[in-house]
Design a protein around this ligand. Sequence first.
Ligand SMILES: Nc1ncnc2c1ncn2[C@@H]1O[C@H](COP(=O)(O)OP(=O)(O)OP(=O)(O)O)[C@@H](O)[C@H]1O
Ligand SMILES: [Mg+2]
Length: 186
Amino acid sequence: MVTKRDIRDEVSGKLESMSDEEWRGWSKEIAKHLISSSLWKRAEVLALTISRGKEVDTYFLIETAWKQGKKVVVPRTNFKNREMAFYELTSFDQLEDGPYNLKEPNLRRCSAIDPKKIELVIVPGLAFDKNGSRLGFGGGFYDRFLPQTKAQRIALAFPCQIVPLVPTEPHDCLIDHIINPDGFLS
Ligand SMILES: Nc1ncnc2c1ncn2[C@@H]1O[C@H](COP(=O)(O)OP(=O)(O)OP(=O)(O)O)[C@@H](O)[C@H]1O
Ligand SMILES: [Mg+2]
């Protein structure tokens, strides 16, 4: 049986060997599909993460959302209770360096938002399957957070992040839609 650990190792390796050109080109394609979708167009409050390394680029998405007058909220992670809170971001200057190479909203410069106000969540993750199962980074943060909102859940994935089957446990939350460089998978 394939375990979460197997998929983590396999997909992390493939992501590391992705070239910068692939990262840039595929991020652009994925952004194009997301931004032209009705889900994006009708959402006024969007939750995104600040992308790191070989994650699909979210800086361009955040800038686009600002230009379109949308509200962007980003998480701050509490590693003690493994919970996240979301704060409104209006400028990248409001970010500070957090643990694990994370960029997080500065508490003195950003205000918290009620998760119920979020309409669309761009959910990060390592791997996904076509049924919407998700493998995250192993903390269970999104599995704890997603049940607090009714927002649509979209994941953005490079080709190597789509796997035949993500093994799941009862606490794992499903994703509504996955976008890869060719468009919506589901
Ligand atoms: N809703 C929850 N309540 C309590 N514990 C949870 C919950 N969701 C996940 N956990 C615990 O968190 C740990 C990590 O979960 P999992 O392997 O699903 O992480 P993940 O989905 O990869 O992480 P993330 O969502 O942070 O990207 C597991 O030990 C799991 O039992
Ligand atoms: Mg999980």
